[in-house]
Design a protein around this ligand. Structure first.
Ligand code: FMN
Length: 294
């Protein structure tokens, strides 16, 4: 049983690193072999949107130039993951989103994390400033096909303060034990705050333009709101659950019927578009000086 701790924070021995290490110590006590990696130590270049991975089944042009492929393959060696990232301006540190955008590659090289358990730890400092803290961590793990079994926001004020906070450390240890248990037993039931969406357990509900339907912005399942005993209730029909955005069938449908056919459309339109876009080439040089500025 191998469990990987991922740290999405630059701070050495910062709160995220300490909490993920606590989780790994607890997992190790359960018999897991553990390791840790700091994603911010690696370059992850932006996806350039050429879509060669999706349309032409080719490797990304950055494959051997940055750390994305290395980090993804490192993950594939493990049976479970503890992902930690600090809350930064309502979301988490940007490295998580950088990693997600390069996951287009999964359309031609399927994820090897499907069905494996994971949990999320987000240290934060200010109550009320965490609205989207779980958004990117949830997306990355679901996109990889993993089962998220718990997520914890851990309140902490000062740099490295978790080292002296038994409650925070205990929360992290519980996460580590849960992931180890989930790997060992195969029971991937969700242990965190149930939230509103029954799939991702988030509370990021969108009200659609008919002002009747609600949608989970992450999973894209749709349902209805009602008020029962003064409490807001969101109900999602059972058949919606199996078609959530990140279910293998949905991802297959998305790439096979929505994205891949657009290749033929692009090819057909390209000669005309190439000509039409010419006038924008002449108007202002957007890339001037970019190399020097870097
Ligand atoms: C640039 C920056 C933005 C932050 N934004 C938030 C925020 O929006 N909400 C919050 O609760 N804490 C915020 N914090 C506090 C961090 O989440 C907190 O200090 C955390 O413990 C950092 O973890 P680390 O030591 O692993 O980097 C921010 C910190 C920094 C440096």
């Amino acid at each position: 049983m191998k469990i990987l701790g991922i740290v999405g924070s630059c701070r050495k021995l910062g709160n995220t690193e300490i909490l993920v290490k606590e989780a790994l110590m607890a997992a190790q006590e359960q018999g897991a072999e553990v390791d840790i990696v700091r994603w911010t130590n690696y370059d992850i270049f932006p996806c350039e949107g050429d879509a060669v991975c999706m349309f032409l089944d080719k490797d990304c042009k950055h494959k051997d130039r940055d750390g994305h492929d290395y980090l993804l393959n490192m993950m594939y060696e493990f049976d479970g993951v503890v992902l930690g990232a600090p809350c930064y301006i309502l979301e988490v540190e940007a490295v998580i989103k950088q990693f997600i955008d390069r996951l287009f590659i999964l359309s031609s090289r399927p994820s090897k994390m499907v069905g494996k358990p994971a949990a999320i730890i987000v240290p934060y400092a200010t109550r009320g400033w965490t609205s989207y803290a779980f958004l990117q961590p949830t997306i990355v793990l679901h996109f990889l096909g993993m089962h998220v079994i718990d997520k914890q926001l851990i309140h902490i004020q000062a740099m490295s303060e978790t080292a002296g906070d038994p409650l925070a450390r205990e929360k992290a240890r519980r996460i580590g034990k849960e992931v180890a248990d989930a790997v060992r037993t195969g029971d991937h039931s969700y242990k965190g705050d149930p939230g509103i969406c029954p799939v991702c357990h988030e509370r990021n509900i969108r009200i659609m333009s008919d002002n009747q339907t609600v949608e989970c912005g992450i999973c894209a399942i749709r349902g209805r709101l009602s008020i029962v005993d003064g409490k807001i209730r969101a109900e999602f029909p059972q058949e919606q659950l199996k078609w959530h955005r990140f279910a293998p069938e949905s991802l297959y449908r998305h790439s096979t019927y929505e994205i891949k056919p657009s290749k033929d459309y692009f090819i057909r339109k390209w000669p005309a578009l190439k000509q039409q876009r010419g006038i924008y080439k002449e108007f202002l040089d957007i890339d001037r000086g970019a190399k020097e500025a870097r």
